[in-house]
Design a protein around this ligand. Structure first.
Ligand code: SF4
Length: 387
């Protein structure tokens, strides 16, 4: 390589490394600061005392909680408890969803009954689907089989597609009686859109989502019990609102655990179906996943010799999160990357190997999962609300 060309590459590598390091320096304290700002507790104590904490908890990816004590007590004493985590069926599950479902699976193995609302009504009202029918089709054809293929127990998993479980709207109506529009607008930040908010969105976010959280505590499902909701920190106000309503209805205020997001492969924020280049779906062809990983943004440098000497910046690297959030048992990728012991080509190769293995196995399991949907669907009518 010519001297001038090498000098240029060195300069570009240095500037890029400085920019990525500055970005990470600005982001590094985000989650610890959120714990303090919102008055949440770190997960560390739970990890210390639980005999077998989840991989995501041990790695600090599930990092904080609100009122996990009531759930821990139920867990330790074999009392009933539940977990609720829903999702929007706007496409197949991707690795961002997988992270949440990995945690749900661990919680189920600790004794939780897992409730999974598939919110095709929300997909429709917020324009993520052209029709309720389209979002319903995605739910049954793409979302539910993938959840089943992850290994959930049909006895302890209760999945419902909102539009096919209209009883949830009776509960939502009851919840809405305890809500004020001011409170809902305050929590969800409505009112910014010049054309005004779609009333379906307001009812959906304000009442239907809280109804989903409170559902396991109805008498049809065994009555009041600790209920855990895995969420991102941005959803904390909504947990507070749900706790308020629970108290008003004589139920146990739901607890929450807070998780970090799987980064999108494009380096533009969390993995999201709205940016296809950011995702790897669980139904992607392994070759397509391989191509996406190869083209992913990284925290590395253009010049290998520079990266060997100065290391990469794993904190901004989606390949780092893909590997550690989904496949690794410890944080050694961080050290290997920061010390310049591995380079991005090798690291992407390891990520590809793990992802391809996972996709191949998952897609084999999908064949059986598609035949078992009915075992997992919640059909219990909610009559207590009509008394
Ligand atoms: S070595 Fe791995 S973790 Fe580090 S920047 Fe490159 S791809 Fe990311």
């Amino acid at each position: 390589m010519e001297d001038e060309q090498r000098a240029n590459l060195e300069r570009v590598s240095r500037e890029d490394h400085e920019a990525k390091s500055a970005l990470w320096a600005a982001k590094a304290d985000y989650y610890p600061e959120k714990l303090v700002e919102l008055g949440l507790k770190s997960i560390d104590r739970f990890v210390q005392y639980h005999p077998n904490p989840s991989r995501l908890m041990k790695m600090g990816i599930t990092f904080g909680h609100r009122d996990l004590e009531s759930v821990a007590d139920a867990m330790a004493n074999n009392k009933p408890w539940a977990v609720v985590s829903g999702l929007n069926p706007s496409g197949p599950l991707h690795f961002g969803h997988k992270q949440v479902f990995d945690e749900l699976l661990w919680l189920q193995q600790q004794g939780a009954d897992v409730y999974i609302p598939i919110t095709n009504d929300e997909s429709y009202v917020v324009d993520k689907a052209k029709s309720l029918g389209e979002s319903r089709k995605i739910a049954y054809e793409q979302v539910i089989p993938s959840i089943i293929a992850m290994g959930f127990s049909s006895e302890k998993t209760h999945i419902f597609v909102d539009s096919d479980y209209p009883d949830i709207y009776n509960l939502a109506m009851d919840v809405s009686k305890h809500l004020s529009l001011n409170r809902v607008f305050g929590v969800f930040g409505f009112g910014q859109d010049e054309e005004g908010e779609n009333p379906g969105t307001v009812f959906y976010r304000g009442a239907v989502q809280i109804a989903q959280i409170l559902l396991p505590q109805l008498e049809e499902f065994g009555g009041p019990k600790p209920t855990l909701i895995p969420v991102g920190v941005d959803q904390y106000p909504y947990i507070l609102l749900a706790r308020d309503i629970a108290r008003k209805k004589g139920l146990i205020p739901p607890s929450a655990i807070f998780t970090k997001f799987t980064h999108g492969l494009d380096g533009q924020g969390k993995m999201s179906s709205s940016r296809p280049a950011s995702t790897i779906s669980l139904t992607d062809e392994p070759k397509s996943a391989q191509r996406r990983i190869r083209g992913a943004y990284t925290g590395g440098s253009v010049l290998a010799s520079f990266q060997k000497e100065h290391g990469g910046v794993p904190g901004v690297c989606p390949i780092y999160t893909l590997r550690t959030y989904h496949f690794e048992e410890d944080n050694r990728v961080w050290d290997q990357c920061s010390n310049g012991e591995i380079l991005c080509g090798q690291c992407k190769g390891a990520a590809t190997e793990d992802v391809v293995k996972y996709l191949t196995d998952h897609q084999e399991k999908l064949v059986d999962a598609r035949k078992r949907i009915d075992e997992f669907i919640l059909k219990t009518p909610i009559k207590s609300i009509l008394k």
